[in-house]
Design a protein. Sequence first.
Length: 149
Amino acid sequence: MKKAIFGIVALTLLLASCNKSSSSSNSWTFKGTTYNTTTCANVVGVLEAVTTNGTVSVVFYNNGPTVNTTYTVGANGNPGSTSQVGVTLTVGTNNPVYYSSTGGNGSNQSVQVSVSSTGKLTATGSGIMLSNNTNPSDSATVSLNITQQ
């Protein structure tokens, strides 16, 4: 009987740890803070990950990819061509601050997008330079690993 109870407890802990790791991978990090997404959707060519205190968006030139693709990051939060994505970010709820990708400031920054067999998107990237839309001297990098739900 003790072995059966131990087996059930071990299985429960294993399943719980798998759930925790998969949910924590749907997040983004900005200025040393990691934001775990509550929702992530692809709406009209924008993959948008929402948290309780902000939003990060990957903006596609058209409606988004149908195959795995690596994009360079465009300036001003906008893609300039089909080979680029823009990245935008909002932090705060009462007085939100808006940031946009800078285009890498001369370096080739990229976002990798994979498409699942069901058509859902996952976007990953790190070291993507963003600048405050109203105070350009306020800039920092964002890392993201977001998956459409």
